[in-house]
Ligand binder design. Sequence first.
Ligand SMILES: C[S@@+](CC[C@H](N)C(=O)[O-])C[C@H]1O[C@@H](n2cnc3c(N)ncnc32)[C@H](O)[C@@H]1O
Length: 396
Amino acid sequence: MRHLRVPKRQTQSILECINGYEWAPEWSRVISDGEYRLLPLGDNSPSQLPESLSDFEVVQAEQPERPPQHWLEHLPKFLDEQTITLHDGVWPNAQEPLGDILVFKIERQIEEFSQAVALAKISHHKTVRAVFRDHGVTGEFRIRDLQPLAARLDGEILDKNAIESLADVTRENLLVTKMLVREFGVQIQIDPQLAFFSPRLQGERVRNVEAAKKLREMLGRPLNIADPYCGVGPAIVHLLQVDDLVGDLLASDLNGDAIPLLVENLSRNGIKVEASQIDGLTTLADGNFVGIQDALELKNDERFTGQFDMLLVNLPHDTMNHLPHLLSLLKRDSPTLVRGWLVTPENEISRLQNELQNLLTPTLEGQQMVEITPRRQYSSSDWLCRFEAWLNFPLE
Ligand SMILES: C[S@@+](CC[C@H](N)C(=O)[O-])C[C@H]1O[C@@H](n2cnc3c(N)ncnc32)[C@H](O)[C@@H]1O
């Protein structure tokens, strides 16, 4: 390929100049040549170069092979071209990175090729430790059913059989799913095989913080916040990043396996708590409540009645049934805020919105009545939606 030989210090400006022409190569690599650099002109460059480039010598040089840009480009190493073409458009592009593992879902019609897909994905993502097929969340605790299909050990890629033949300790270490993940600069300890966690909700967590700051401005003090379906506590971790935003906390979940992870996430963020202290729903020395609890039972505990300024309701498949049982937690005669999520077919949204408007009333003066906002498609039929209700319940 033709290259332009330019002095090192002019590399950037001449590269920008080349890239400004429509004939510029789509992909190229600058080649080092002593005190000079060779800038590729591509196959479509004119034989007579524009004046701005005509001062430099044109030389012939070989470009290195272009590295694959997408995991699919690795698939031919593991599957024949005919099969790949037959299922064009069905191969799973979506995948979730969780720390240094990758999880992906695959359509039933191509599930027999899951092994090849996992190997292609791990070949492409060079820093990934293990790749799992995600069979979805199971049970009331929404725990992921993850099947290990590929892993990287000392730089070597292993398939499912090779993983299975490893010594137990090596295999367990390689496939460990307890890990620290980062989102928006915040660290969260998770284990998707023990407790629910979804990186897709990180935008919602950021919005929780924005809404909480608005409520704090109204009240002029830190907020008492209840997150009775907190899982490992990702929403709380985000809220705890802001000084003086959180006053007293209720952080509980029915899944006992979530609690050690929750405790780690809280103690890392300034809440003094140890896993050995937790017995059911435990009152900590600083007045926070942390532990295992069925959210439906909270209304029967007087410690919580009328105590909270902000309530998070993240049980999307059951929110409408649970919500009426939680409203007694909110303060009376004071601005309060409910943020909740639900999963519903699109044609049910307006009916559910009416139901919410009847339940979440009276609206705080100057605020809109509660509205349901679709956030993203959850399945072929359902949407994950969010609502935010600004309230001011009268004294009873
Ligand atoms: C969709 S997850 C949300 C978890 C967490 N808020 C998050 O964003 O990662 C729902 C959580 O509710 C918990 N859960 C299910 N039924 C419950 C109940 N009756 N009371 C309290 N928690 C419950 C599950 O264990 C799970 O952690």
